[in-house]
Design a protein around this ligand. Sequence first.
Ligand SMILES: *Cc1c(COP(=O)(O)O)cnc(C)c1O
Length: 345
Amino acid sequence: MKSLKELLRPNILKLQPYSSARDEYTGDEGVFLDANENPFNAPYNRYPDPYQRKLKQLVAEIKGVPSDHIFLGNGSDEAIDLIYRAFCEPGRDNVVSIDPTYGMYQVAAEVNNVAVKKVLLTTDFQLDTAALLQAVDDNTKLMWICSPNNPTGNCFQTDEIVKLITSFEGVVVLDEAYIDFAPGKSLLSQLSRYPNLIILQTFSKAWGMAGIRLGMAFAQPEIIQVLSRIKYPYNLNILSQQKALELLSKNGPRFNEWVKLLVDERALLVKQLNQLPFVLKVYPSDANFVLIQTTDATKIYQFLIAQKIIVRNRSSVSLCAGCLRITVGTPGENVGLIKALKKYQ
Ligand SMILES: *Cc1c(COP(=O)(O)O)cnc(C)c1O
């Protein structure tokens, strides 16, 4: 791995972060006359903890990772943008990404004026490790890997991912948004072995909390400190922090039930989708959605909308001609989907 000094943008290395009132005095008690808050309308009158200490402590326990290895953001999307801003000099640096994959890597790159070198997966949606490494040049700072991948649904082999991490001299960002639905293990337990690895996870999928916007990035403290320095000081508002504390404490057992139920429903859905004449292929999924190749994705998509069932038309995405992406719903919703599809001719 290149040193962080070589990888980070020079302006980010030099940056003096904004020092908020809550930075300079961190105690809980006292009369707070330091942040120009309104003394009325408690508790909403107070700025949130910029370090999210309580929430990070709980996330650290749940994930088995020390607090100083954790960044919490307004969704993983915040982390994605911050990673570009930390490492990629606009107009000069570039990143390598698998293709097809999650659209935000590209959008955040465009916002930051960073070129994305896309490397196609193989036709069975596996990593082309050699091509990914070949795409790297002197200005390549990041490599984006998503496993289980969106929209293909599959996990990549751990040894292939590790090969990329150990061969690439920049930072590998491994997005594990769907890891809770996968049979394989997260690389999180190996984080300390790879100084150039950032793992993204989210509370938006398996934990059912997309509405409160809470994503995680895990990495060595040196990288986490950089992300924390460049974020907005109060990126997580008090409502999200409090709700997350409450739901994470309360929903641990339900979380396991949800995941199990959704994985069982996924298997049922795969079986039933396979029996439909216009479904050419149901791709194996390690996530909470299934990608299917159909005879006419756009027509089926429109047909389902007319039945008030909304799926995602992915037919214009690389390697996904004719494909629809279907999220696994409740048992009732899945029955409704199959019932509607059986009416399609
Ligand atoms: C849904 C999803 C996310 C989650 O993003 P949040 O901003 O945390 O809601 C991240 N990565 C991938 C690949 C996703 O599909």
